[in-house]
Write a protein that binds this ligand. Structure first.
Ligand SMILES: Cc1ncc(COP(=O)(O)O)c(C=O)c1O
Ligand SMILES: N[C@@H](CCOP(=O)(O)O)C(=O)O
Length: 467
């Protein structure tokens, strides 16, 4: 197994190369050169195993020789042993054919923990063996940052710098990041949007000298290892509910297109997935792209589901690469034109290829809050606004005939991360788990910066010099 850049101008690397690089040197995203395969029988057998064992089995298809099987299993046991649910990713039935996959029982209460906890352990092992250090840069709209900091704060060979859009994450999300005061952690509040943060991250990777000076790495979903780890719960969820080889739908609240692309990867690996539902909030660029080919950013609108307040979705590049039959030149031209024109019209053939696997739905603010309230009335349980976007989309896509049969909606965050929206919708205050009961008493540390590449470079150089 090796990894190729979508843009075709970087050398292929092994799993460890993709893990440590994050983004390919040509600005492209790494992809496996071919999809590893699992038969439905293999997938079903995963359902019999504890989550950590299933994760090691699936991940080994991506890691190849980079990590031996017993080390990988020790890593997954350690990573998922810290989750606060026995099942790690519990599946809850909410209707005849409807399920919610709870992905918020990790240490920072969002689905990001599934990949980040394992990445931290992989970084530790690879950097120790190479006797190297890394400076991780992450852009966050709230959840990736907390998960990265939690997973990496104890890594002696990793520094971690997190950029978040000032005032555009919830107080709980911010405090989960800024209350971790450690010598290798820096939080930077950017005067701008998540897209500005993400653009800065990509521009840092484009500066070869800076990348080499500080040994830059990334843990956003540009990093293939993130998506590899996120494929696992599609397999375990399918195995828990499918009869025989029955195909199941997944609906995924979507921002950077990473989580839903992990579902696509699982499908390409042989998992019987019928349709992948892309659930967008009022920042509906992905819905516009899939429904009518219009992939044009329209300015970010703050919503009750702030982690999905994203316009330029990194992983859409991976989807276009697939839809273009992995034609590097065609993909590079598309991405260059997109950068120049600040938007794109997806051609009919490419759109038809995308629609073989995906449908989409945009959910308004009113619909999001209404779904939190409806769900609480129907089940007595609170859901977070991102999950509500997913559930609202799943209900509408089924009513409109786009989804038939069993459907799993990914529940991506704990409701207590977004108490204001939950309270507004239901009148109820979701409680943080005990291990965060003192979150609002903890001191915070962060610096503020303008949305400028140079400002961030100088903060990183001052903090960590050459790694
Ligand atoms: C809670 C939550 N739900 C959904 C998403 C969207 O996931 P993705 O960016 O992988 O599409 C995010 C952020 O990415 C998130 O933090
Ligand atoms: N919603 C994310 C945005 C970054 O997404 P990633 O999956 O590419 O890391 C966040 O919460 O930070």
């Amino acid at each position: 197994m090796h990894y190729i850049s979508t843009r075709g101008r970087s050398a292929a690397v092994d799993f460890e190369g993709a893990l440590l690089a994050g983004l390919a040197p040509d600005g492209g995203l790494y992809m496996p050169n071919a999809w590893p395969q699992l038969s439905p029988a293999d997938a079903r057998a995963l359902g019999e195993k504890p989550y950590a064992e299933a994760a090691a089995s699936v991940l080994s298809l991506f890691t190849g020789d980079a990590i031996d099987q017993s080390t990988l299993l020790a890593m997954t046991k350690d990573a998922y042993g810290g989750f606060h649910a026995d099942d790690v990713a519990p599946l809850v039935q909410v209707g005849d054919d409807d399920y919610i996959l709870e992905l918020f029982h990790g240490p920072t209460l969002a689905f990001k923990d599934f990949a980040m906890q394992i990445l931290g352990r992989m970084f530790d092992a690879a950097l120790a063996r190479r006797d190297e250090h890394l400076t991780i840069i992450a852009a966050t709209s709230g959840d990736t940052g907390a998960a990265a900091i939690d997973a990496l704060k104890a890594c002696s060979r990793v520094n971690v710098v997190v950029l978040h859009p000032e005032g555009r994450v919830s107080d709980v999300q911010r405090r989960m990041m800024t209350s971790v005061i450690a010598p290798n952690v820096r939080n930077i509040a950017i005067d701008g949007s998540f897209d500005d943060c993400q653009a800065i991250v990509k521009s840092l990777f484009a500066d070869e000298k800076f990348v080499n000076d500080v040994k830059l790495g990334g843990v956003n979903s540009i990093n293939w290892a993130r998506l590899a780890a996120q494929t696992v719960y599609y397999f375990t969820a399918w195995a828990a509910i499918a009869d025989g080889d029955e195909a199941v739908n997944f609906v995924v609240p979507t921002g950077n297109f990473g989580d839903v692309f992990a579902g696509y990867a699982a499908k390409r690996m042989g998992l019987p997935v019928a349709t992948l539902g892309v659930a967008a909030n009022a920042n509906d660029i992905l819905h516009r792209a899939i429904s009518n080919g219009d992939y044009t950013p329209a300015g970010v609108r703050p919503t009750a589901s702030p982690s999905m307040d994203i316009q330029v979705a990194s992983n859409f590049e991976r989807l276009l690469f697939e839809a273009k039959n992995r034609d590097h030149d065609a993909l590079r031209e598309i991405m260059e034109n997109f950068a120049r024109d600040k938007g794109m019209k997806i051609d009919d053939q490419t759109l038809a290829a995308i629609r073989k696997d995906f449908v989409s739905c945009a959910v308004s603010e009113a619909q999001t809050l209404a779904e939190i309230a409806r769900h609480e009335k129907a089940t007595g349980a609170l859901i977070d606004p991102h999950t509500a976007v997913g559930r609202s989309a799943a209900i509408r896509l089924r009513e409109d005939g786009h989804l038939k049969g069993k459907t799993v909606t990914l529940s991506t965050a704990h409701p207590a991360k977004f108490p204001d929206a939950v309270k507004e919708a239901t009148g109820k205050n979701p409680d943080l788990p005990d291990f965060f009961s003192d979150l609002f008493d903890r001191p915070e540390e962060m610096v503020k910066a303008t949305a400028s590449e140079d400002a961030i470079k100088s903060i990183i150089r001052d903090a960590f010099g050459t790694a």
